[in-house]
Design a protein. Sequence first.
Length: 230
Amino acid sequence: MSIELLREQYKEIHSKVENERDRVNIAIGKKETIEKQIQQEINDRDDMQKNQTLYQKTGLFCSAMLGHAQKSLEDTFSNIGSAALNKIFGDDKKLKFSFDKNKKKNPSVNIEISQYWDKDDDLITDIMEAEGGAMIDIVALGLRLAMIKMISPEQKGPIFLDEICRYIAKNESIRATGEFLREVAEKLDKQLIIITHTPELFNYADKLFTFDIASKKTITIKEQINYEEE
């Protein structure tokens, strides 16, 4: 066999080897790409599982915090509302404020009056059915004061209250309301500005401004000081 023929055969074989090598390299590249994709999918799955676990723990934590916050709100509203009821209507009445946990999409609250009935049971009355508008007025006052107390940062300036004794008919209840308002102003260290048509409350104000409509629809303002500032 001549040298030229051997060279031709060598070139042919070498060319085939190079072609196969290229195909092998391409196949290896595809294999490595697929392996990287598989590893990325595995990493993504692991991250997803970790995140899912984290989200579950976060959800449980938020639920617990929400439950704690709701309980704190319920206690604050109930305690301050009960203090108002006790002062004005007697020690046997308590306010029960609670969130309706069965209505998650449209949250609502239950406001009830608990009154001693016998040693084994209390009489529970819905606020809308309790002793007419007077009870509603005082409960609304207590809830508003509770909200003011819980606002963060603390609310600056005076608290305005309008016609809080609108439906309270008994003089002793009105006087108890006046005493309660003075106690609230002292404990909250707030100035209360009260707009009222109830003369029985006048004596509980530090300063009293009366507005009288005179002839020709003119308005006269009179100032009266009941308690001197220290």
